[in-house]
Design a protein around this ligand. Structure first.
Ligand SMILES: NC(=O)c1ccc[n+]([C@@H]2O[C@H](COP(=O)([O-])OP(=O)(O)OC[C@H]3O[C@@H](n4cnc5c(N)ncnc54)[C@H](OP(=O)(O)O)[C@@H]3O)[C@@H](O)[C@H]2O)c1
Length: 192
């Protein structure tokens, strides 16, 4: 039998240089909010803006999407046929399964890590709300970028986007403009 000698340290380093591991997936928080901070109303979106739904679909299809159990329940089951569900709940055993692939857990950092590890190929994973999950993700420093549909008009609502720690993100770059909202990307300034 042909037994190969172990690689030297230099050979290991050279192999790593030639085949670097893919960069870890970016964690992008995606939301739509009105100027008064509203993101939800009675368990749903307070508005019906077709272009924003299309934007959300375009950006998140085929990606890992991390949400809290309330947002998971509020979304039509069809959403989960084309996204990889990652759902945060203290009682995840009771969640109904939608879609082909799903991950349920009670630890947000664990869910985000698993999404980044297992679904790094598309380059980014998405945190899709709601307010409790956004707040926790920001507090734990898990967010690399925020992709926010900044809606022009105020809406009445009962769920609000949480405060963002001062100095954590840049001033934002407008990536698209629609009649009812702009899509703005905010990049993290302070390293994780
Ligand atoms: N405008 C937007 O872009 C947007 C996006 C998403 C959602 N929304 C809206 O936001 C609203 C829902 O947001 P929400 O803040 O009420 O709920 P949520 O964040 O979607 O889900 C809250 C649930 O997450 C679980 N959870 C939260 N913290 C946890 C922790 N530390 N450990 C384990 N599990 C935890 C709990 O699930 P269990 O109770 O199962 O334990 C909790 O009830 C809806 O109105 C929705 O339409 C808006």
């Amino acid at each position: 039998m042909d037994i190969k000698p172990p690689l030297t340290r230099e050979e290991v380093a050279e192999r790593a240089r030639l085949n670097p591991p893919p960069p870890p997936a970016k964690v992008v928080l995606i939301t739509a909010r009105s100027p008064n901070g509203v993101i939800g109303m009675e368990g749903n979106l307070p508005w019906m803006i077709r272009e924003d739904l299309q934007h959300f679909k375009r950006v998140t299809t085929g990606k890992a999407l991390i949400v809290g159990s309330r947002t998971y329940r509020s979304m039509p089951a069809i959403v989960w046929q084309t996204r990889i569900a990652h759902v945060l709940s203290r009682n995840w055993q009771a969640l109904e399964v939608h879609g082909n692939e799903h991950h349920f857990a009670s630890c947000l950092a664990g869910l985000v890590n698993s999404a980044r590890h297992n679904y790094a190929a598309p380059g980014e994973v998405y945190i899709g709300g709601g307010a409790e999950v956004y707040a926790l993700a920001l507090q734990l420093g898990l967010v690399d970028e925020m992709l926010i549909s900044e809606i022009h008009q105020n809406y009445i609502g009962d769920v609000f986007f949480p405060p963002v720690p001062e100095g954590m993100f840049d001033a934002g770059t407008v990536e698209a403009e629609y009649p009812e909202f702009n899509v703005v990307r905010y990049r993290r300034l302070v390293a994780n």
